[in-house]
Structures are given as structure tokens and as C-alpha cells.
Design a protein around this ligand. Structure first.
Ligand SMILES: C[S@@+](CC[C@H](N)C(=O)[O-])C[C@H]1O[C@@H](n2cnc3c(N)ncnc32)[C@H](O)[C@@H]1O
Length: 475
């Protein structure tokens, strides 16, 4: 992980890594990128962060750090892919993958060659983990979001046929389908960790912009994507971001959004992502993302627990769930968030409505339904108790993992150990979400009880006073 104040060691030899950075900077400048003298690309491998950008001197808020002409951004439009091929690729994600495969395969003929030289060839994202490594993430909903199979299918059905049809243009005649699939995965994972959504609102005034979080993933799916050289050399660490990319007509400009001291790392903003999603998209974890951690609880699990806990018949359960579905308040899963996350409630309104609907006595549920009403989006003692049972059950899904991830069977494989450690951090973060949520639920009835307790303490006090008076009177 990158530290707050890191500087390059002068003694470090100019190795391939450094030479790659230098050629990259020379290439950027040749193609019109303007780089402030107050920043430098640094070698942060000893912090496990690859390349990063550091301040070489104190930087004021709102200072321009660099400006990249739009012509240097690698997109499907700027790539030299022939027009007839571009028209065959209308999905922004798959289109950029194909454009990158094309430019990469062109080698020195591609204007982006020095850029490819600093982009990663392998990844620590779970997409590339072995089954054993993935097992250490068991229990986290992230495992079902990796999407390797769906990516394989999209490459096989939508990208590789286009590459095959233009095999000579893509220099791919000699490549097997497996080789092409691997190359598509490499480019796809690079896009996932490096690309920017290019159709953001454009204003040059940082204060006019929203809070700077990236769009959510679904929204981002439909946006035009581009590889923005240099902007993508900035690392990120949750809310330590101190720079932001602004979109102008002919260029994109990275500016400081707060003062940055000499030696400090310049951080971009990857969004308020739970640790599990940082791992899935970027292949690293830091403690600072733990504040956004969530635990996903499936509707399926809630139904199972409700059936047992509320002693409901299948018919009654399905009847209530169907009603919520008809009223469009039903989800497939619900996120439980940290109490320290100021942007989200630990228990969403939709979750509270579902739990209340399941915990209501039959007669009350029927009354609501007759009036076409929904339960209040709040936890009552009965729904809180049901949620508590659900969360205990959810906790159980992690049980096996802690044992397997503490296995010490891969000391000879530092990469495997690193991946298992990252998995452990994800799992521990999610377990903390559950522990906090259960503690909150335990305190909930107590919040009602203080009134009762206060009342009973007052009753005791009054009784005592009466007794004392009686005593004094007697005395
Ligand atoms: C947009 S790139 C940033 C440049 C990258 N470090 C490089 O060397 O090319 C995103 C990748 O940088 C790494 N990264 C970003 N922020 C990091 C951090 N705080 N700690 C460790 N690695 C980080 C992860 O590998 C991530 O996939």
C-alpha cells in the first residue's frame, strides 16, 4: 500500500521499470501532454503499489498537474482500427477491448506502444485467482460478481469472431482462441482498473462538480470509455484523494483539489467502494476502504430464516413476498452497511419493509394489503429480532473460510499468500459489518427500555420515598 509520504530512493538503479516510466513521459510530452514540474512518476513497488505520482514540491489547491490532449486518449474512436471493424463493435466495453487488442498487436506501428509498456501484463484481481485462492473469499458476495464465465462468453461470441474475421488486421492469424481469450481478459482487466468514463459533465471549476465519486457500475457500463495515459498512473486510497480529472473540449486536465505537500502521493478517486469491490476491480486492498464495507444478504436467505423463525407456511411466505414484488419494493439482495458510513443507512428502507412484512401477524399484514399499504420502513422489535436471526445465519456462511485462509500451505507462493491475505481483509471487514449490525440490533430494544427503565427507576424512587416518609413519620 502506498504511504502518505513516500520519496524515491536515489540509490535505486535505473532498471527496466524506470526506463519504462521515462520513455512513457517522453512519449506523453511528444504527443502534447503538458506535465507540471511539481510532479513525478514514482516507483512505489516497495509499497505494493506499482507506479504512482508524487508531489516534487508543495502544490496549492486547484493547481493544474497535467493536461492530456484528447488525441492521446486510447478509445475505440481514436484507435486506428478500420472503420468497418469499429462498426461491428457497438458495446463500449467490448469495443475498447478490441481496440486495445488491435493497438497492442500492432507493436511499434501503434502510437500507444510506450503506453502499453507501462500497463500491467498480469493482475491480482480475483478474475485470475486459482480455485483455492477464491475459496478464501467464500462467504463474500464478491465471489459471484467476478464474472469470469460471462466475460469468456462475451469474448468468444462477440469479440473473437470480429478478430477472426479481420485476422490479418489484428495480427491474430497464428493465435489460438485460448490465446485471444487471455489477451481479451488482459485488456478487459486493464480497462477495469485503468479506464475512465469519458462522458462526465464537463466544467473547469472543481467547486461546480459533485462530490467526485465515480458513477456506479451500471451507469458506467453505458458510458464511453477511454484509457487516459498518465491520469491512470494515479493510485487511490478511499477518501485520501487530492486530485481530480476535468474534461475540456480538446484535453483532459488533472488538478489538485486540495493543497499537497512535497513528497506526498497524488491520489485519484476510485469511489466509495467496499474493500471487496476494490479487490475485484483493482486487485488491492487498504484499510481506508473498510468504512464502505457491506455485507450482502440475499432474499433467499431472508426467506429461509423467516420461514423457520416466524413459523410461516410456504404459501404465506410467498404470498407476502409476491405482494412486495407487485408493489415494486422487493430486491434480490440487501446490503448491510457500516454505521460509520454517513452516506448509507446500515439497514435500508427496502430491507426494513421486507422484514416488517414478514414479521407482521397475519391479520395485520392482510389489513395493510387490503388498504394497498406497505409497512413503515423502520425496525420494530419483531422485525429487528428476525433481522438478528438472518444476520446470525449470514455470519455462518463465513465460518469455513477463516480456517482455510489461515492455512499456511503456500509459503512457497508469495503471490498466493498475498491474495489470501487480501481475501482475509475482505472477510474480516464484512464480519465486522455483521458484528456491528448485530450490536446495533441488540441495542435497539434497549432504546425503548430506557423509558421503561427510567419509569421503573422513578417508581422505585417514589416507593423508596414513601417508605422513607413512613419511616420518618414512624420515627
Ligand atoms: C489506475 S492504476 C494506478 C497506477 C498503477 N499503480 C500502475 O503501476 O500502473 C490502478 C492500479 O494501481 C494499483 N493501486 C492503486 N491504488 C493503490 C493503493 N492505494 N495501494 C496499492 N495499489 C494501488 C492497483 O494495482 C490498481 O489496479
Amino acid at each position: 500500500m502506498a504511504s502518505e509520504d513516500v520519496s524515491m530512493t536515489d540509490t535505486e538503479e535505473v532498471d527496466d521499470f524506470e526506463a519504462g516510466s521515462q520513455s512513457f513521459v517522453a512519449w506523453l510530452q511528444q504527443h502534447g501532454t503538458v506535465i507540471s514540474a511539481s510532479i513525478e512518476i514514482a516507483d512505489l513497488r516497495r509499497h505494493g503499489a506499482g507506479r504512482g505520482v508524487l508531489a516534487k514540491e508543495n502544490i496549492a489547491e486547484d493547481e493544474e498537474l497535467f493536461a492530456v490532449p484528447r488525441s492521446s486518449i486510447l478509445t475505440i474512436s481514436t484507435s486506428n482500427l478500420p472503420a468497418e471493424v469499429k462498426t461491428q463493435l457497438d458495446d463500449p466495453w467490448l469495443g475498447l477491448i478490441a481496440a486495445m487488442v488491435y493497438e497492442y498487436q500492432r507493436g511499434s506501428e501503434s502510437m500507444w506502444k510506450p503506453y502499453f509498456a507501462v500497463l500491467p501484463a498480469d493482475f491480482d484481481t480475483p478474475m485470475f485467482w486459482s480455485d483455492g485462492e477464491l475459496d478464501s473469499l467464500r462467504g463474500s458476495a464478491v465471489v459471484d460478481k467476478i464474472g469470469k464465465l460471462s466475460a469468456d462468453t462475451a469474448f468468444r461470441e462477440q469479440v473473437i469472431p470480429v478478430i477472426r474475421q479481420h485476422g490479418t488486421i489484428f495480427h491474430a492469424d497464428e493465435m489460438s482462441d485460448d490465446d485471444l481469450t487471455s489477451l481479451c481478459h488482459r485488456m478487459g482487466s486493464t480497462i477495469m482498473a485503468y479506464a475512465f468514463d469519458l462522458e462526465k459533465p464537463s466544467t473547469t471549476d472543481p467547486h461546480d462538480q459533485e462530490d467526485g465519486w465515480e458513477e456506479d457500475e451500471e451507469e458506467s457500463e453505458s458510458m464511453s470509455k477511454g484509457m487516459v495515459p498518465l491520469a491512470d498512473m494515479l493510485n487511490a486510497d478511499a477518501n485520501r484523494n487530492n486530485a481530480k480529472l476535468y474534461y475540456e473540449e480538446d484535453k483532459v486536465v488533472m488538478k489538485s483539489i486540495r493543497a499537497i505537500k512535497c513528497g506526498e502521493e497524488i491520489f485519484n478517486d476510485y469511489g466509495p467502494l467496499p474493500t471487496a469491490d476494490v479487490l475485484r476491480r483493482y486487485g488491492y486492498v487498504t484499510n481506508n476502504y473498510a468504512q464502505y464495507d457491506v455485507v450482502e444478504v440475499s432474499l433467499h436467505l431472508i426467506k429461509d430464516v423467516a420461514k423457520e423463525h416466524m413459523k410461516m407456511s410456504d404459501e404465506d411466505l410467498e404470498h407476502r413476498v409476491r405482494y412486495l414484488d407487485d408493489e415494486e419494493v422487493l430486491d434480490d439482495s440487501y446490503d448491510i452497511s457500516r454505521s460509520c458510513n454517513e452516506d448509507t443507512k446500515p439497514f435500508s428502507d427496502e430491507l426494513c419493509i421486507l422484514l416488517s412484512a414478514l414479521a407482521l401477524p397475519a391479520i395485520e399484514f392482510e389489513n395493510l394489503q387490503r388498504k394497498r399499504k406497505l409497512p413503515r420502513p423502520a425496525l420494530e422489535p419483531s422485525s429487528a429480532e428476525l433481522l438478528s436471526a438472518v444476520l446470525h445465519k449470514r455470519q455462518g456462511l463465513y465460518k469455513g473460510i477463516m480456517k482455510s485462509s489461515t492455512r499456511n500451505d503456500d509459503t512457497a507462493n508469495p503471490r498466493g499468500t498475498h491474495r489470501r491475505n487480501m481475501a482475509q481483509q475482505v472477510i474480516q471487514g464484512e464480519q465486522l459489518v455483521l458484528v456491528e449490525a448485530l450490536a446495533m440490533l441488540r441495542e435497539m430494544p434497549l432504546r425503548r427500555i430506557p423509558d421503561m427503565r427510567a419509569r421503573s427507576r422513578r417508581v422505585e424512587f417514589l416507593q423508596e420515598r414513601v417508605v422513607r416518609r413512613l419511616w420518618y413519620n414512624v420515627a
